[in-house]
Design a protein around this ligand. Structure first.
Ligand code: NAD
Ligand code: WQD
Length: 336
């Protein structure tokens, strides 16, 4: 298939481009590079030895999308482009609502105009809120506590309504759990701007000595060791989940969790990282982070049964690959 990947220069998008190209699809990337770099496109080509068509455009721009859709025969779209920092979304709600909702709507309009009926959307486990684990796709969603989460719930709703009104559309809503790690070649990975907010990129900076110690946000949760539990999934497993979704497109709206189904605590992840890489990660326990929940992990049965999609890479591989990318790519001044 000829797939338009919005946000394809970003963390999950770039890994998905690799998986798509390796599965034989053709890829067109649309990204405004607001949180990524053009070099990533070259690295995807280097990894796969395949070509990519790249448009540096804002996907809220209808005219720019017209150019892409009229220049290319697109079979389907995977919409990754969006702003994703939970804390920033509280400071800048308008930017988040505008970017994340308008992009979804303008892309849907372009799909309708050009007869593209396959739409895969990057949603998030954040839409489940503080529910009972494991999260199954059918549970009632809880209101999220931040504008970012709201944009995901609202985009899901918009796409669901569009699919209802257009029964020949295939809309896939993929709810990602916590993607970590990097492509095993070490060329692409997660490169957040400034001090990382998320756990794994913070750990790699501490391991490298760029940050002094990890602050563990609370050890009094009702979990295995008191620290927060999450479902970490290797970004290449997540990427391959998109290929599986494309292989199983059927009309209607289909929602899938993409996780491993395994809960891992903060302390367990720190220990796994130390073991995988034979390096120490100093930490201290501090207050809980506002808005955090105790535990979040997926019920993965639906993706495994309907998409035959099961995460293959374990926690040690996630830790090893995250560290390799940090050392080999982020450490090099010419690259970042
Ligand atoms: P990312 O920031 O690395 O990638 C997003 C990409 O979209 C970036 O390259 C950015 O430049 C681009 N972009 C943003 N707004 C754009 C616009 N208006 N026009 C064109 N390009 C635009 O983020 P990511 O971690 O790869 O996340 C990808 C998607 O998955 C996002 O929608 C995010 O909300 C969702 N998601 C991410 C996580 C996670 O933990 N990383 C979890 C659940 C869901
Ligand atoms: C994981 C665990 C923290 C940093 C976020 C978004 C979610 C989704 C994925 C987009 C928690 C603890 C963290 C640190 C710590 N993104 N932690 N010290 O909060 O599960 O999910 O990213 O959709 O929407 O909310 O991920 O990596 O920030 O935290 O102790 O310095 O690590 O308390 O238990 P989170 P995270």
């Amino acid at each position: 298939m000829n797939i338009l990947v919005t946000g394809g220069a970003g963390y999950i998008g770039s890994h998905t481009c690799v998986a798509l190209l390796e599965a034989g699809h053709t890829v067109i990337v649309a990204d405004n590079l607001c949180n990524s770099k053009a070099e990533t496109i070259d690295k995807i080509k280097q990894i796969t030895n395949k070509e990519i068509t790249f448009y540096q455009i804002d996907v809220t721009n209808e005219k720019a999308l017209d150019t892409i859709f009229s220049d290319n025969l697109i079979d389907g779209i995977i919409h990754f482009a969006g702003l994703k920092a939970v804390g920033e979304s509280v400071e800048k709600p308008l930017e988040y609502y505008y970017n994340n909702l308008v992009s979804t709507m303008v892309l849907s309009k372009a799909c309708r105009k050009y007869g593209v009926k396959n739409f895969v959307f990057s949603s998030s486990a954040t839409v489940y809120g503080d529910n009972t684990v494991p999260f199954v796709e059918t549970i009632k969603l809880m209101p999220t506590t931040n504008p970012y989460g709201e944009t995901k719930a609202m985009s899901e709703r918009i796409l669901t309504d569009i699919a209802k009104a257009n029964p020949d559309w295939a809309v896939v809503l993929l709810r990602y759990f916590n993607p970590v790690g990097a492509h095993e070649c070490g060329l692409i990975g997660e490169a957040p701007n400034g001090t990382p907010n998320n756990l794994m990129p913070y750990i790699t900076k501490v391991a490298k000595g760029e940050l002094k110690k990890l602050r563990i946000f609370g050890n009094d949760y009702p979990t295995v060791d008191g620290t927060g539990v999450r479902d970490y999934i290797h970004v290449m497993d997540l990427a391959e989940g998109h290929v599986a979704a494309l292989n199983n497109l059927t009309e209607g709206v289909h929602i899938y969790n993409l996780g491993t189904g395994q809960g891992t605590s903060v302390l367990q992840l720190v220990k796994a990282f130390e073991e995988a890489n034979a390096i120490e990660v100093p930490y201290e326990v501090v207050e809980r982070r506002p808005g955090d929940i105790a535990a979040c992990y997926a019920d993965t049965s639906k993706a495994s049964i309907e998409l035959q999609c099961v995460a293959k890479r374990d926690l040690l591989a996630m830790c090893r690959d995250a560290w390799r990318f940090e050392k080999e790519s982020l450490g090099r001044k010419d690259e970042n």
